[in-house]
Design a protein around this ligand. Structure first.
Ligand code: XMP
Length: 498
């Protein structure tokens, strides 16, 4: 029997009492693509495989090149995680447990990490000889070294040209190209301006200095050229070519101040504000959203979490630009044990996204929580999500801010903790807001647990990208929207015996 179209599938399941399906309870159905069918009809199989497009909206006015988002958890996302997420085409949400100033600084670190800009180039000290330079050349793959004095002021540059004409005992300062012969920039130009300057003036590098002549960083023409001329890059950047980065704010009037502080980096597609609460259906969520939307009409707000379709519609009516769906599905969440509430992620995403479409809203849905396997994001998207938020699985990476510990078997690990865990609740008012009124200590709805160190974030995200691409190919779909609309699902009976 052929698989049902999705509306019939979910209706049939609900009629049988299965209205809270999770990721492990469904599987996706493979199909030949339109391209393959066309080739069969024409008999011509010379076509090049159509590469699926993994881009999708995050909110009404923001976009991801890869629909993956790192969660607003204090053991998951600060600047280092957010930078890698944006480099890989997704985005990170700087958590709200930080004081407003500190959260702003984390956002600023992401925004100032200009790609192609070498922030901490290897430098030579003015007291060195070329013997040290030769050692550097053996150690590193490059041959351009700024020379600085004891105050980190730029006094010259050594390149391959000078290295070739030096002997080990020569002082660096004798053979370097001195400062007054260098083309430098005394403002932090972006990569496109740097490219233009270097191309127009025929120079291979552009050091950036501050008003005291202290070295801020360096552009190298070959790097900049390859980045600027790259057309299929995955980097998720705003209109000023800075990495896209989001901030989470609590459901509290003081959030107005947080957003105001970060506003310059968020407008114009720079980032989204994630209004973050476990109870997106609650009074505080609606009240804060209304206030923030009035005060910041040019910023997009992703709001949640909800699992009820009516709540999704109410939030959209108040002005939410994206709806975050997921209650009690998180890897370090105990909401269901404590309160009895929670829904299977697949059914919740389907119900909320369908309700929004039927009510005439173009508000994208983000599926938040419960990702354990590479194939789970595809299932969330098949259910109607335009993006997928991941916490616990990213918490073991080198970039995540969690405390390093030993696992029971002695191997290296990191602590991942729910924002509703006792430790997180005690640590910040924002966590208290996520689960209560922000003042008194609420009942914990999360736990803290050690997870094995999983290495760098980028390869992990890359595995998720490959998995999602393959899911689209198996389904014969060419884009996220095509996949969302058309891929079919089946109940996975093997999950019953698990
Ligand atoms: P994963 O499964 O990727 O889910 O870790 C991330 C999401 O889990 C939510 N979250 C919590 N939910 N108690 C909860 O009920 C908690 O302590 C908690 N901490 C995080 C949150 O939505 C996050 O994005």
């Amino acid at each position: 029997m052929p698989a049902l179209e999705k509306p019939e599938f979910f209706e049939t399941m609900a009629n049988h009492g299965w209205s809270s399906l999770g990721f492990s309870q469904v599987s996706l159905v493979s199909e030949t693509s339109e391209q393959v069918r066309r080739c069969i009809e024409t008999g011509n199989f010379d076509e090049v495989l159509i590469e699926p497009d993994l881009g999708a909206p995050y909110t009404r006015n923001s976009h991801n090149k890869l629909p993956l988002v790192s969660a607003a958890m204090d053991t998951v996302t600060e600047s280092e995680t957010a930078i890698v997420m944006a480099e890989c085409g997704g985005r990170g949400t700087i958590h709200a447990a930080l004081e407003p100033e500190t959260q702003f600084k984390e956002l600023e670190k992401v925004k100032k990490r200009l790609w192609g800009f070498i922030e901490e180039p290897k430098t030579l000290k003015d007291s060195m000889t070329f013997e040290r330079v030769h050692e550097f050349c053996e150690k590193y793959t490059f041959t351009t070294f700024p020379v600085v004095d004891s105050e980190h002021r730029l006094i010259g540059i050594v390149t391959g040209h000078e290295i070739d004409r030096s002997s080990p005992s020569d002082p660096v300062t004798d053979k370097m190209k001195p400062f007054d012969q260098l083309r430098v920039s005394d403002t932090l130009v972006d990569i496109h301006e740097a490219y233009q300057i270097m191309r127009d003036e025929g120079i291979n590098m552009l050091p950036v200095i501050d008003e005291e002549r202290r070295l801020q960083g360096l552009y190298i023409f070959s790097d900049v050229k390859s980045i600027v001329e790259e057309t299929s890059g995955m980097r998720n950047v705003d209109e000023k070519n800075r990495y896209v980065c989001d901030i989470a704010v609590p459901t509290d009037d003081a959030s107005v101040e947080r957003v105001k502080l970060c506003e310059k980096y968020l407008i114009g597609g720079g980032g989204v504000v994630v209004l973050d609460t476990a109870h997106g259906d609650g009074l505080y969520a609606f009240k804060t959203l209304k206030k923030l939307k009035e005060d910041f009409p040019d910023i997009d707000f992703m709001v949640g979490n909800v699992t009820d379709p009516d709540s999704a519609i109410y939030l959209a009516r108040i002005g939410a630009d994206g709806i975050k769906v997921g209650q009690a599905s998180g890897g370090v969440c105990t909401t269901k044990d404590e309160t009895g509430h929670g829904r299977g992620q697949v059914s919740a995403v389907w119900d909320c996204s369908q309700a929004l479409i039927k009510a005439g809203f173009d508000t994208p849905v983000c599926s938040d929580g419960g990702i354990k396997l590479h194939g789970d994001p595809a299932k969330a998207i098949a259910a109607g999500a335009s993006s997928v938020m991941i916490g616990t699985m990213f918490g073991g990476t080198n970039e995540a801010p969690g405390e390093r510990v030993r696992m029971p078997d002695g191997s290296p690990g990191k602590i991942v903790r729910g924002m509703g865990s006792l430790a997180a609740l005690q640590a910040s008012a924002a966590a208290k807001h996520r689960y209560g009124d922000g003042k008194s200590l609420p009942l914990p709805e999360g736990e803290a647990k050690p997870v094995p160190i999983s290495g760098d974030l980028a390869p992990l995200v890359e595995d998720f990208r490959k998995a999602l691409r393959k899911s689209l190919l198996y389904a014969g779909r060419v884009s996220i929207e095509d996949f969302q609309r058309n891929v079919r699902m089946e109940f996975d009976f093997s999950s019953i015996s698990k």
